[in-house]
Design a protein around this ligand. Sequence first.
Ligand code: SF4
Ligand code: SF4
Length: 394
Amino acid sequence: MAENNKKNNHYKISDNDAGFEISDEFERFNQINDIFSRAFWDNSVRNDLSDAFFESHRVQPNSKKASGFKQKDFALRNAAWAVSDTFSDRSAHTGKREGFQSWMENDALIANEKLAIDDIGKFSNELKQIAKLFGADLVGFIPIDERWHYSKKVNTIKFEPVSNKLPGNFSSVIVMGHAMDKDLVDTYPSALASSAAGLEYSREAAIVTQMTTYIRSLGYEALGSMNDTALAIPYAIQAGLGEYGRNQMVITPEFGPRVRFSKIFTNLPLKYDKPSHHRITEYCSNCTKCADACPPRALPKGPPSYEVINKSTIKGIKKWSANCEKCFDYWTKLKTDCAICMRVCPFNRDFNTFSGKVFWKLATSFLQPIALWWEKKQGLSKRLNPSTWWQMQR
Ligand code: SF4
Ligand code: SF4
């Protein structure tokens, strides 16, 4: 009981800090209801187009004449995904799609000798540097919070829910952010743009494996995870890497919404980070650019709510939720993923440029109304023509 109270207290403080509003209706999300799992077992989602969507990532699809959907665009996309695909295929015959519907296996033995950690703060800073050495762009540490863990994961042969109990005793989560290439993102929607996602999944697979091997070699447990096992977004927010946006993405001070997240569950003693506050969620309350630009109108224009749109919506969290069925249906028509809502976001900027710095200063201060006014005047940002992207490479 005392342990439970302690846990609840931790949740309360953490939720306050992170800006989470969670009702008694809250239920851990069952990954079988994730739209990418439903696309295999739920006939209200699965159709010829959804089958062709997945097939196109492995077999070169018939290219189109449209810029961004030609043979080279699909070829680059599929090549960018290749390392991630290799990892996710290696246990596929056992029903585990690593990185997506199952955690990342790692055969590296846990060293018998356990590194003595006297100064947790110093060790934590050093570990962040190691993660960056391997290629992570952002790193944060947070206590494990099982609410974000799927109640069940998915056997990808039978497409059935199976136990998601972690194989070990973990106390902490290392959350890593992986920045996507801005020029590629600016070509969304296109097969070319999806190379930005594939590149980061491939990098994630390598970085997570390197990090878990490093930690296990120090004598501690470590389990790597990409999109599998637990929701990355609440963990990234708790770890102070960014704030939740209307487009359902974590908006970061370094890269705006152009970030993917991976995580590592470990029993290392770590100095935890805290949620950060830059008024980004407040900005989203007064902006609807992502929702306005979404072709199938899958994003909400109103305030955050507890509305359960369909079985792919998590229950009991007050937030902006997309209609994943509409969103994925649009992806299948494109034969590639869409992230128009990432591209048009005013935080999709290079914050190292003068204009990027000015926007950040205004948007995250009491001068936010000026940034909102300016952005409204500008309208939706234009897509970078994929043909122009190819010419830029020469
Ligand atoms: S990814 Fe595309 S379809 Fe989905 S919510 Fe964003 S803009 Fe809409
Ligand atoms: S486009 Fe506007 S509302 Fe949407 S995530 Fe970006 S800032 Fe928030």
